[in-house]
Design a protein around this ligand. Sequence first.
Ligand code: PMP
Length: 341
Amino acid sequence: MKEAKEYDFSDIKEGIRLHLNESPFSPPEFVINAVVKYLSQGNRYQHPDLTRRMKELAAEYNKVEPDEIFPTPGGDGAIRSVFLNLTLTGDKVVLNYPSYSMYSVYSSFKGLKEKRVPLKEGQDWWKEDWENILTEARDARIVAIDDPNNPTGSPMLKGDEGKVRELVESTKGIVLIDEAYFEFSKYTVSKLVSRYPNLVVVRTLSKAFSLASFRIGYLIANKDLVKILEKGSTPFDISLPALIAGITALENPSYALRVADEISRNREELYQGLTRLGVKVYKSITNFLLFKHNEDLLEPLMRRGIAIRNPIKGFYRVSIGTKDQCKLFLEKLGEILEDSN
Ligand code: PMP
């Protein structure tokens, strides 16, 4: 346990936050109002009816059944439940490399054997090594795929049901498809969960719904698996404010689609801007862009009040902010690149 990896918070400071793929917007006012109203009625644990309501709304949003929804404290809560509650020490986990860092954090905490399958770098997109994943999946306990992938921003299975079926049928383990960026990518494999007891889809309201601070998300899975996961948590894992925020947001999903549209437009402009600066940047269907650079950018950007991330050596990931934030980032990056020439 002592040797377990930790989430790396070292590059997180104050300033313009373009390092954690949050929404640049505050939680919507209608959500805050609903939360304040509910809290002013007293200090209490959440009622099971609220969890039920959250399940119904998430089911409606995804055209699945309420019993196939497990509300969680953020997408991370869903990932944590699967990695910690459904494995035994020594089990094998198959991951793309690079992919979302928390898979490795939980996997090392639980003493799981991690098999990394490197993504293949292309001109515009990164691609999974499908044959290798299928081979490694055979004796895996978990195969975790973030789709779209973080940090590359590339699509992986693209909601291809044939591919997902091939994968879930090739293993007795859990296939976890992390669709944290679904509102941006707009494709999903969620409707397959009723047929496949070993398929889990992870979702979050942290991104397009602008609720990262509340910690609310959910998992979509076969109802038998949802029941097992529910037994491994308390009904109070999600705070009351988070639950009210999640319910109110899912009652008004058009908000998230508007945010996703706006951020996607800003992303395309930022992509063009980076290209104009001569930076090698990859295409993305998420709220972030990955680009290549060999020298340190974290420190000079931080000095100029902007935080971005360096997820792998020689590559930087920048979250898409407001139009003004993107403009400022390009300006500051331009200055830095000019100084180093
Ligand atoms: N999955 C992926 C791929 C992510 O990038 C993130 C956040 N960066 C999450 C899950 C978890 O986000 P949260 O816990 O805020 O829902």
